[in-house]
Design a protein around this ligand. Sequence first.
Ligand code: ATP
Ligand code: MG
Length: 606
Amino acid sequence: MWGGAGAAVRMSTLLAPTLREVPAEAETESHRLMLRAGLMRRLAAGIYSHLPLGQRAIAKVEAIVRQEMDRQGAQEVRLPLVQPEELWVESGRSAKYGEELWRLKDRHGRPFVLAPTHEEVVTDLARREISSWRQLPLILYHVSNKYRDEPRPRAGVMRAREFVMKDAYSLDRDRDGLLAAYARMRAAYARVFTRCGLDWRVVEADPGTIGGGDTLEFVALADVGEAEIVWCEACGYAANVERAEGARPAEVEAAEGADGGAAGPVRIHTPGVRTIEDLVAFAGIPASATSKILFLWAEYAPDGRRELVAALVRGDRQLNEIKLANALGAVRLGMADRADVLAQTGAPVGSAGPVGLRGARLLTDLEVACGGAFAIGANQEDWHLFWAKAGRDFDPGQVADLRLVGAGDPCPRCGDALRGANGVEVGHMFALGAVYSQAMGALYRDDQGRSHPIEMGCYGIGITRTLAAVIERHHDRDGIVWPFAVAPYHVAVVPVAAGEDGTREAGERLYAELRGAGVETVLDDRDLRPGAKFKDADLFGWPLRVTVGRTLRDGAVELRQRRGGLTERIQLGGAAAAIRARVAAGLGETEPPPGHGSQAPDAPGW
Ligand code: ATP
Ligand code: MG
């Protein structure tokens, strides 16, 4: 908790270059503030130098993460950031990661990658070092830079190309062991994000390129966050919209039954009708009584084979491309252009439909497949079919849950209306099972001498992204409002001369006392006007500011809390002890209550 005598600094010597102007490159408040308060500087797109204050805040988050990992019995290791690409070929992820994987060659032309994560390295370590059931279970963790050549780096360290991540890996004999480790990590994450002062939710997520089974994301609520989540207040279901399941059609009462009483689809001339809005206006029916077909190219690993895919969803729905990719087993999807669609299928895009569709693989969303009859393109310009039904009028092809679920939609578990919010994915955990150990041959022998693949889980926390999320949540117009737990320093001592004698000396003495007491303190010893010092103190966001000035003649200093602005006088004699007590109380503010996040069962072997 206490930084020791070394954890104090004079502003006159600190490299913390502030900016008055808001940097044009920054679109989010946390990004702007990290630049304005001199926490970091950009070197290249998505690549940053972290200056002393930024580095201290990062170290605070790392320390919290280490404490919580250690509390769960995880062991810290340091793993290579340069990894032979062949490991990634072996696991099958070299192709899946595509251009996000940063590739390089050594002087002999041998291919390597910069670590985006370490499942391969850990699985390789396990297959070499673990042979017996006696060596399991084990949780290893690791804090390091990670490298991902993101297509769109944004918001500073929120989505960077070089960033700090804590990654952990659990190795177990069986699924029960894995689930126990998973519960332990979940408890650790709950404590980490609460201690960092975040307002977070844990949601079901899509496994993405990592593969494997269950996965949870920890999302810090923030309007600027790229993650969209939905949750149900009634039953507790919560998911990233990438994953959120559509309610089963039996519970969806939208357009079912509205088949106009017809025995088959009716072909109707619809001149100029190209979009769902056109169709709704033309026919005077709700968008939920229409359906639309979207054409995409799907690409498959490992050979890069491509195929034209047609996805059919209700007209008022959006296609969830991740669900579509999962249903296909594709590694990548891209929108197909009109010319491709016309050439492959003979259908003009605005009038395409599933009846008589050729040249593309059809997938139909559950709602359309089971739901009823819909207005849909007739594969001919200016013509639509009304009341077309899957099964009766066309073969729906592969039926899957393909739609994007959003706030207001019914909960897939209980039918109540879902709520939605945006957030920043700060942590992610996966119950991988045996996908990596099987692909790479990481096996152990049980007490009977039989061989089994090691059951694995992996667990990531974006350290630098978490820091940005903290600032996104804790700031005001004037600057950062650090929670004590993450603040680079807790207290700023600000002597202001203002014609008073002895303020400088009194400031120096208080600084020395605080420093001696192990309080993380900055002394603003710069030759600046009081207003400029106060403005900076607000921008830097020190939780406590001690002004040594006018009140000195009464033997007092002024203590101001950054959060809320409460200001009080305290006597100079005993000030250090009083401030130290305030810091201790502040550090306790985000300390989780006993039992918080402790869903972890007491697994045997721990
Ligand atoms: P996203 O969906 O945001 O790209 P991801 O699912 O690719 O994230 P993981 O592979 O699960 O991320 O990585 C673990 C953690 O690392 C994430 O939860 C996030 O906090 C962090 N992280 C991932 N990519 C980045 C990035 N480009 N910049 C900063 N942090 C990142
Ligand atoms: Mg990613």
